[in-house]
Ligand binder design. Structure first.
Ligand SMILES: [Zn+2]
Ligand SMILES: [Zn+2]
Length: 282
């Protein structure tokens, strides 16, 4: 089984290293049947890695033009114009995004309150994150993990995105922060957020981006969360959170094998016909 698709693809419009064209060429080389772009939505703060207002408009226009061209070309892959939207994107923007894009990945990167004038992200500066643990969470990394999960679970439940983004991204700096991801408290916080997320969305991404970037041995989310999602009758799609076209299908084969061993019978892949999803039997 080859998965041959990816719904989580970044470009130079946000923090990706590859252009739209480079990502498309990589997808064609791999024989992909579909590809979804998911630039970081304009969020109105921390402009470093999301799209600018003008950038998001240009991203959308450029991709819509290519999408129309591909739709007329026999044998071309099916292109989707999506968005990765942070939980803290303003409500007004979220409502607009819902009608502008083919799909939304609901992700959580940031905490509400800036520290030292900067927004704190669970996958950004680890030093700033550590100072946030010390100053806002009494030095307890478990407390910041619980806050992350509460935010992510409620955002997915309320925003109802099409795909739940990298569910346990907070584990990225677990070793640096001294966060024990095997503790009962950690697991309880993650599992109750997963239940909330399930009420807002049926499709969870299994994201190999950390493997591609060399800081994770396994995909997001961890196996205990995948097992719980399976028990909730949730669906899964495989994504590479691709920022560099060389890694567009990074670790897809072994991650699909892991999902099969976890008890999933199928994956969802961006559809090639009129439906958003096609099923791929594992
Ligand atoms: Zn993300
Ligand atoms: Zn991403």
């Amino acid at each position: 089984m080859k998965f041959l698709s990816n719904a989580h693809t970044h470009t130079t419009y946000c923090d990706g290293r590859s252009t739209i064209t480079e990502q498309l060429r990589a997808a064609e080389r791999l024989g992909f049947v579909s590809l979804g772009f998911s630039g970081h939505a304009m969020q109105g703060f921390d402009w470093e890695y999301c799209m600018s207002v003008e950038g998001q408009a240009a991203y959308t226009a450029e991709l819509r033009a290519i999408q129309a061209e591909f739709a007329c070309r026999p044998g071309a892959l099916k292109l989707y114009v999506g968005l990765e939207q942070d939980a803290l994107v303003p409500a007004q923007e979220k409502a607009k995004n819902r009608t502008t894009f083919d799909y939304i990945i609901g992700s959580t990167h940031y905490f509400h309150e800036p520290l030292e004038g900067a927004y704190v992200a669970v996958d950004g500066s680890r030093e700033l994150l550590k100072r946030c643990v010390d100053q806002r969470f009494g030095g307890d990394p478990q407390a910041i993990a619980a806050a992350y999960y509460a935010l992510h679970g409620s955002a997915v439940e309320n925003d109802r995105p099409d795909i739940v983004g990298h569910f346990d991204l907070v584990r990225k700096y677990a070793a640096f922060l001294g966060l024990n991801t095997g503790s009962a408290a950690y697991r309880d916080a993650a599992l109750s957020a997963l239940e909330r997320a399930r009420r807002g969305c049926a499709v969870l991404e299994v994201n190999t981006g950390g493997i591609a970037r060399g800081y994770e041995a396994e995909a997001f989310p961890a196996p205990f969360l995948l097992a719980a999602w399976r028990d909730m009758d949730g669906e899964v799609t495989l994504t590479s959170d691709c920022h560099d076209a060389r890694y567009l299908d990074c670790a897809f084969d072994e991650t699909a094998a892991l999902l099969k061993a976890t008890g999933f019978r199928r994956l969802l892949r961006l559809g090639t016909g009129t439906q958003m999803w096609d099923e791929v039997t594992l």
